[in-house]
Write a protein that binds this ligand. Structure first.
Ligand SMILES: NC(=O)c1ccc[n+]([C@@H]2O[C@H](COP(=O)([O-])OP(=O)(O)OC[C@H]3O[C@@H](n4cnc5c(N)ncnc54)[C@H](O)[C@@H]3O)[C@@H](O)[C@H]2O)c1
Ligand SMILES: [Zn+2]
Length: 696
């Protein structure tokens, strides 16, 4: 059960026991590089619910409850720590932080003398033991009292040298993580070895650190945040390490050749007041998205050893330090669909369509899915709950499905059988699938589109024929079509005299298509059929379109500040192609349209578009049902063209703003809606009469 504030409430002992089990399993996976069933928010809420239940039922507390334990008690170790490796308590805003500082002041009897503010690195805690300057042992945090020996990773962690600059016996504590680029590299190497990519850098570091016998190594990075004596440390040194302030210890660590946050843009900073702490916290938070590694908060520590000692330490966390948490970068959401997009080189890449989820201030609606083998390995299904990771500029990624949230209604992901862009076969011999046409895939797709019924309408130039022409090297772009020769075509398989002549005639006829269709055939990004018509009607000629800057382009209805420059620059890129089309005799004007008045003369209100008023002047028209009579042969696109030529606007949905609904046979809900709204209806015949002048 959840309350309105989103908190879980555990109703009875059984719910409590289940919550304890769920939390332990999640924590176990979280710390060992597995897949947790919960995102951090959900985990923290669950643990709070467990804690609330325990407060009310102190005699029912289960021994394996995660509350009050390092790592939720879910991980163990067999190498005892010299001093416990603890967790940190959290605050989420300045107010909570100020309250916390007041409680520390009460405890130690005075204000904390000064603070050390440093990034909370999002990796795993590790203790590195140096004996006489040599790195001998690496131990994970484990349950805080004892950790796991991961010394096999020595030599793979940047910033953790095999030898210190001085022959000291010390323990360096810090975080092992993967920087964004190490993470990208690790995933490349891992997938090349047939493994599933890691979902996020923390997971990657945890998995890599624990993996013993891998045929490959991938580097990680270490940042120190603690330096303490070991049993073999000299008395003099021990005393020094116990009395130095935190900031001084960090300088010492750096001096020994160990990496610290001082090498980054978010180095540790010693400050005197709470206001200064908050300022630094804000500064670090602001840099988060640009950092080359992940942080999940800011750690604030009492700097002086004396203050730390006075504040003391709890069983789970020290009382002299706190983690200022930043919003989570992982959330659970649903996988709604998988799209298959074909890249420039013909790579067919799956992309997850998600229920949009807010992650650290941005809305995530898509995530990368790598390749089909990876989908199979992760056993992803449509409808699954999935963990999505997004940090900084990194492309959002999907972790494995959250299996325990499955309902049984999830559907398998259907892999394409032919290239989704051009319809050719798919080369599946590599992990990344590829269109058999490779780079030519785009040519085939864009030519098939250009020849389509709603564009240049070239009969006899279907997908297979386009493939044949491209493969034979006869065409590489749209303009090449108009340079095809009879002999060239006759030399092709399955091209007889008749089909050759028919095709050449169809291509010849295409030259007379209105500008709107020529423009559409060019496949300018951001312009489909109706936008192409609007642009063509507005400018009337290709020369006027090409002369338009972004500002002029924005005068076309429906083109905003974002789209306009894209269209202008796409057209500039297409200039050589357009020139060749014009040279081949392709029509570059829009029948019935007049160019916009030159700059300065538009002020009096009459823009070029309106000057060409027709029988439907300014009216929004919706067509529904089957057209009959003189309109019988017109496709929906052609109907829309007709409406716009008559000065109207075509639309596909009926609303209060609709002026006329042309309802043919079989018209259904749109007709009913028009009747409900009292919108004028016309039969196809009535409409044909209205626009009779424009019908040929
Ligand atoms: N999704 C899950 O299933 C799941 C399970 C368990 C825990 N969690 C999450 O983990 C968090 C609690 O885990 P935790 O106790 O491991 O860590 P923590 O986030 O409470 O903080 C303690 C750790 O911070 C790290 N750290 C980084 N920079 C540091 C610095 N400058 N100084 C000191 N320490 C620094 C150390 O590794 C230290 O052990 C919670 O946010 C919880 O949501 C999630
Ligand atoms: Zn293709």
């Amino acid at each position: 059960m959840t309350t309105t504030s989103g908190e879980f409430v555990l109703a009875d002992a059984a719910a409590y026991a289940q919550a304890v089990t769920d939390a332990s399993e999640a924590a176990g996976a979280y710390y060992t590089g597995g897949t947790s069933a919960l995102d951090d928010d959900a985990y923290d809420r669950l643990v709070r619910a467990v804690a609330a239940y325990e407060a009310d039922h102190p005699d029912e507390v289960l021994a394996h409850s995660p509350t009050g334990k390092v790592a939720g008690g879910a991980v163990e170790g067999d190498v005892p720590h010299t001093v416990p490796m603890l967790s940190l308590d959290n605050v989420f805003d300045g107010e909570q932080f100020t309250t916390w500082t007041a409680s520390v002041a009460r405890r130690i009897g005075h204000e904390v003398t000064r603070w050390n503010v440093q990034p909370k690195l999002d990796g795993l805690a590790i203790a590195a033991r140096y004996h006489e300057g040599r790195l001998t042992r690496l131990i994970t945090r484990g349950d805080g009292m004892a950790g796991e020996d991961v010394s096999h990773a020595i030599g793979t962690i940047e910033g953790l040298p095999d030898r210190l600059t001085e022959p000291h016996t010390v323990e360096v504590r810090g975080e092992v993580l993967m920087t964004i680029s190490q993470f990208e590299h690790a995933n490349e190497v891992r997938t090349a070895h047939g493994g599933a990519p890691f979902a996020n850098p923390r997971n990657a570091a945890a998995g890599t650190l624990r993996a013993k016998e891998r045929s490959y190594t991938v580097p990680m990075t270490f940042f120190a945040y603690g330096l303490l004596p070991l049993p073999g440390t000299s008395a003099e040194h021990t005393e020094e390490l116990r009395t130095l302030a935190h900031g001084e210890l960090m300088d010492r660590a750096a001096g020994l050749g160990v990496n610290t946050p001082a090498t980054t843009d978010v180095s540790g900073l010693t400050v005197d007041t709470v206001e200064q702490v908050l300022e630094r916290v804000g500064h670090i938070a602001g840099l988060r998205a640009e950092l080359p590694f992940g942080i999940d908060g800011i750690v604030v520590k009492a700097d002086l050893a004396a203050d730390q000692e006075a504040a003391g330490t709890g069983t789970r966390a020290p009382r002299w330090a706190i983690a200022f948490k930043l919003p989570a970068v992982e959330k659970i959401t649903r996988l709604l669909d998988v799209e298959w997009n074909v890249g420039r080189t013909g790579i067919i890449a799956p992309r997850a369509v998600l229920t949009p989820v807010d992650i650290d201030g941005s809305t995530v609606a898509y995530a990368t899915l790598h390749n089909p083998a990876d989908i199979t390995r992760r056993d992803l299904r449509i409808g699954d709950h999935v963990m999505v990771y997004k940090a900084g500029d990194i492309i959002p990624r999907i972790e494995a499905p959250v299996a325990h949230l499955r309902t049984g209604d999830e559907q398998p992901i259907v892999f394409p059988e032919v290239c989704p862009q051009c319809g050719s076969g798919i080369d599946t011999s590599e992990q990344r699938w590829r269109c058999e046409r490779g780079r030519n895939c785009h040519v085939v797709a864009s030519l098939s589109y250009a020849a389509g019924r709603d564009q240049l309408d070239i009969e006899g130039l279907g997908g297979t024929r386009v493939v044949q022409l491209v493969d034979a090297g006869l065409v590489a772009d749209l303009a090449d079509l108009f340079a095809l020769t009879r002999d060239g075509l006759l030399a092709l398989d399955r091209m007889g005299e008749t089909s050759t002549d028919n095709l050449l005639a169809a291509i010849e006829a295409a030259k007379a298509q209105p500008l709107s269709r020529v423009l559409c055939a060019l496949g300018v990004r951001g312009t489909g059929r109706s936008m192409s018509r609007r642009i063509a009607r507005h400018f009337a000629t290709m020369d006027h379109i090409r002369a338009a800057d972004a500002e002029a382009m924005q005068r076309v209805e429906g083109i905003g500040a974002e789209k306009a420059p894209v269209i202008v620059s796409e057209l500039a890129e297409l200039a050589p192609l357009i020139d060749r089309l014009a040279a081949a005799g392709v029509n570059m004007t829009e029948p019935g349209a007049t160019p916009p008045a030159p700059e300065g003369e538009t002020e009096d209100g009459a823009s070029g578009e309106q000057a060409a008023a027709g029988p439907l002047d300014g009216m929004t028209v919706v067509v529904t049902g089957a057209m009959t009579g003189p309109l019988e042969k017109l496709s929906r696109n052609q109907m829309n063209e007709l409406i716009e030529r008559a000065g109207g606007k075509s639309s596909s949905s009926v609303s209060k703003r609709t002026g006329l609904v042309v309802a043919g046979e079989g018209a259904g809900s749109k007709r009913t809606k028009a009747e409900d709204l009292g919108i004028r209806l016309a039969t196809p015949d009535e409409f044909a009469e209205l626009v009779a002048d424009l019908l040929d």
